[in-house]
Design a protein around this ligand. Sequence first.
Ligand SMILES: Nc1ncnc2c1ncn2[C@@H]1O[C@H](COP(=O)(O)OP(=O)(O)O)[C@@H](O)[C@H]1O
Ligand SMILES: [Mg+2]
Length: 396
Amino acid sequence: MNKFMRQSLRRVDKLDCGQIQHLFTDLVDENELLAMVTSSIDAGMIICDIDHRILHVNRPMSRIMPIMRNNHGDLHCWEIIEESDIADFIKNSLKNQDTVRDREFVLDISGRTIILRISVLPLVSEGSIKGSLIYAEDVTRQKNQEAKLRRAEGLVSLSSMTAGIAHEIKNPLGSMGIYIQLMQKMLKQGGEIQVEEILSYLDIVNEEVDRLNSIVVDYLFAVKPIDSVLIKRDIHGVLKELVDLIRKEMEFDGIKIDCHVDDYLPPIQLDEKLMKQALLNLIKNAQHAMEGGGTLTINCVLKEDHIVLSIGDTGKGIPAEEREKIFEPYFTTKDTGTGLGLTVVYKIIKEHGGEIDVHSKEGQGTTFWISFPAPQEGEKLLTYDDNPEKGVIHDV
Ligand SMILES: Nc1ncnc2c1ncn2[C@@H]1O[C@H](COP(=O)(O)OP(=O)(O)O)[C@@H](O)[C@H]1O
Ligand SMILES: [Mg+2]
């Protein structure tokens, strides 16, 4: 409401009939404008007072999620929401006075899966909380688009992996061919059969068959679509379990673990098993790089709207010319390496919507940086404002 209207209302007993009519018309116009704006945006909104009772529900809300459409009367805002998970979430957030942004819910509505992103925000005027805003967006299309992009990225790596496997298979096949020819030659020549020699050739052929088998098994693991089950989880617990798991082995290798995790980190969508596998792959590489011992540093902090996790070592580092290639399938500098460890890491991080980067200095060490999007917890509040030039609701 603008200043002029507020002042007029204060001295309403002094106004004549025409002036009161004018005031009412202005109020109705302003109300209609607010309703028009809230029903034109592509998101559902419930505005409630300080006691969480409904003041206004915009029209898109009933399109976005199932709500009871009848008279909202004196109801609490969660009482009109049919989906119990969402209703409980809103009720708890409001009761605990939490500002929650972008919490995602997967709903099954008449056989259609939809993903909703819901925020619970305080409404502030003149420095104090006057009510709350429940903001709901349908992000199903956006999420599907992201999944498609991830799959497209998977296809690119699939083609480079196919080239890699063809190369890998060539060597064992070539060696098998040579030993089979040698045995054929011996058998064709006739005479006394050198059983010992043939058995030793067959041993080699068997070894090559095993090698081919492990190449194919590793390949299939790296290319098959990941069956991830992403559940909102606290990364704190995951890192603690991981550190407990590796502590003994690291101690044995003379590696000190330096782990710092921010006390408060918002939960993120995680597949715990896959995430542990990715982090273990990075830790194993760090361990291999620090043959004479060193320090393994694990940090996890909240930076703006991202959780940034880093795994660093004080090992031999990666030469600049190799840094580009380390995520490529089959790239390895180790005699017994598969070159698939980081390919798998990359795939798992992407599956979690994250990014991975590496910084390394030869002779000094390497750090892998992983960042995941996290729900924002900043104090960006919505406020009512009395200044007519600024509009009715806006970001501060
Ligand atoms: N922390 C690290 N320090 C030094 N080199 C690394 C590190 N992590 C990865 N590398 C390099 O990247 C290569 C590929 O790693 P990876 O995909 O895990 O395969 P693998 O461990 O089987 O060689 C390694 O062979 C190594 O040369
Ligand atoms: Mg490895």
